[in-house]
Design a protein around this ligand. Structure first.
Ligand SMILES: Cc1cc2nc3c(=O)[nH]c(=O)nc-3n(C[C@H](O)[C@H](O)[C@H](O)COP(=O)(O)OP(=O)(O)OC[C@H]3O[C@@H](n4cnc5c(N)ncnc54)[C@H](O)[C@@H]3O)c2cc1C
Length: 534
């Protein structure tokens, strides 16, 4: 049998590519296999609406990747990766025309918050200081394998550790009520729960909202020059310059296992590719365990746990090419923000949209994150034109009905256009008065479309598994696979279904590489040229 590769990586999302790059840097001959027709997974940029309009199809903003040592370690700037720093970072717009805007400058953010509450502005400053005090520890937590259960338990022996544990468990509603006095400031933070699929009443939302808010206050809400796709392209250039190969339109059907050791993969067209070393998957962990390996290989206990692994919330995405940038009722700062969270100033609104979606209902008043691609990077659209993306979430994957009482069908293929109409009508009436009239092209991707495009977006979700306290750290995806290792000795996980979870972070890919290096007897710190890296 011919052995062409030392390592196979399944999936060319940014985590799969990151892991592949570190393996190639150690001298392994790496093959990356991708189901889609281009690389990038949820970090891609395509002309979805019209020629010349470059939409970031999924992720647009670099938030937690600002913690990542990968761009420096792999010198990604030499391969075309460059960040832009949009100002303002994000705004929260309210239907009555008021808003809060978070600027790169802390004083300006506090001035904006102070229009709603002076006390909350002072609190924001204090929260930011506490972030600075913890920044290095947070960075280390992201960019290393998760602590063991014993290490996690040890910190509970101190009052500070216990307080931190309480904060990590606290729900958004509790933390917002404890922290802020104005409902507007509470919603400024609470909207971040939507990004990670956490309602105000789910455990664990408070710390996620704090972290998102403070990371952006500190680093900015950055975008990649030329589109998010430049990140996987830079990783791909690094990989290819280190002898690696990437194949697109190559869907892995199963991992071939012989006597408990993976020996290659079989593609959906029947082709078999042999591999002499690690097979690393950035696919959804449920897809890895149940389809690519199968219950025969992982055993009934792991199969049961992966079946109950919670998927999280589904999303629908609306791409809009605009004749001109849309005007915003709340003013120029909001128009220029790369992200706008539009909602009434009410935590109950957020509880409502989650309970509707989880009950199978299309929301009567859906939440749509507004991503302003063209404001963040004018090269994304022809001169003078506008380009926006609306990420509508949470939405049900299996529709049972319509809380708005208008849409009769329960099939996403029939529902997506009328539901997108509702979103656009609502935004036009309450926030962006000329949005409807400026649209020259609109494309809607339902959760079903997204799943068909990327198998990692199981049920149209964006997180490779819900981000809840019982599915994080060494419990992600399940304790038996929480250290990037699977029950098959040379099969690893390296995607967002592993610590530290979803988002553009490069961290699961790099952390998995650290685990693989250890198992292969390679020295990670020496290979990347940093003797002091753990
Ligand atoms: C609409 C949307 C907006 C988002 N916005 C942001 C944002 O602004 N900022 C942010 O930080 N995060 C954002 N995210 C989340 C972020 O994009 C993802 O968490 C992250 O990019 C996932 O990266 P990954 O490499 O782990 O997995 P993925 O990008 O999902 O890559 C996995 C790859 O594996 C491939 N694959 C799966 N199974 C197989 C198989 N059997 N054979 C071959 N290939 C396979 C898939 O096709 C895919 O390309 C967003 C996500 C979505 C959907």
């Amino acid at each position: 049998m011919r052995r062409d590769y030392d390592a196979n990586v399944i999936g060319s999302g940014h985590n799969g590519l990151t892991c592949a790059c570190y393996l190639a840097k150690a001298g392994l001959k790496v093959l990356v296999l991708e189901k889609y027709h281009s690389i990038g997974g949820m970090t891609n940029t395509e002309e979805v609406t019209l020629p010349g309009y470059q939409s970031d199809t999924h992720a647009i903003c670099i938030q937690f990747a600002n913690f990542s040592p990968t761009p420096d370690e792999l010198q990604l700037d030499r391969y075309g990766y460059e960040l832009l720093h949009p100002e303002p970072c994000w705004s929260h717009a309210f239907p009555d025309g008021r808003a809060i805007t978070v600027h790169r400058d802390l004083d300006r953010t506090c001035q904006s918050i102070a229009r709603h509450s002076q006390k909350d502005a002072e609190t924001w400053r204090r929260l930011y200081q506490s972030f600075l005090d913890q920044k290095d520890a947070i960075c280390a937590a992201f960019n290393n394998p998760p602590p063991s259960f014993a290490e996690q338990g040890a910190r509970l022996s101190s009052p500070i550790g216990l307080d931190q544990y309480r904060f990590e468990m606290q729900n958004l509603r509790s933390w917002c009520n404890e922290t802020f006095e104005a409902e507007e400031t509470k919603c400024l933070a609470a909207a971040w729960g939507v990004h990670v699929g956490v309602s105000p009443d789910d455990a664990g939302g408070g710390s996620a909202a704090w972290l998102f808010s403070m990371v952006i206050q500190h680093f900015g809400n950055n975008v990649v020059k030329g589109g998010m796709r430049q990140l996987p392209l830079a990783l791909a250039r690094f990989l290819e310059s280190h002898g690696g190969t990437i194949r697109v339109n190559a869907q892995v059907k199963r991992i071939l296992v012989n006597n408990g050791v993976a020996v290659g993969v079989e593609l959906t067209d029947g082709e078999q590719i042999d591999c002499d070393g690690p097979i690393v998957s950035s696919a959804h962990p449920r897809h890895l365990a149940l389809d690519l390996l199968g219950e025969n290989q992982v055993g009934p206990d792991i199969a049961r746990k992966m079946r109950r692994y919670e998927l999280g919330e589904s999303v629908m995405v609306v791409y809009l090419a605009l004749d001109q940038p849309a005007r915003c009722k709340a003013g120029r700062d909001v128009e220029q923000s790369v992200y706008v969270h539009p909602s009434p100033p009410s935590l109950d609104y957020y509880s409502q949209i989650f309970s509707e979606a989880r009950g199978g209902l299309l929301s009567a008043e859906p939440f749509a994150l507004i991503c302003n691609d063209a404001a963040a990077d004018s090269s994304r659209a022809p001169h003078g034109k506008g380009l926006m993306k609306l990420v509508v979430q949470p939405v049900p994957f299996d529709i049972k009905g319509d809380a708005g009482g208008q849409i009769r069908s329960t099939s996403w293929n029939e529902v997506k256009e009328p539901f997108a109409d509702r979103v656009i009508e609502q935004l036009t009436e309450q926030y962006l008065p000329d949005l409807r009239d400026k649209i020259v092209s609109r494309v809607v991707h339902s959760p079903l479309d997204i799943q068909q495009m990327l198998p990692s977006a199981l049920a149209g979700t964006n997180s490779h598994g819900a981000f809840l306290p019982y599915q994080v750290g060494p419990m992600r995806p399940i304790p038996e696979m929480g250290d990037y290792r699977s029950p098959i000795a040379n099969v690893y996980l390296c995607g967002s279904g592993s610590h530290p979870g979803p988002g553009v972070t490069m961290a699961p890919g790099r952390n998995a590489a650290q685990a693989i290096y250890r198992d292969l007897g390679l020295n990670f710190a020496e290979t990347i040229g940093k003797a002091n890296t753990p």
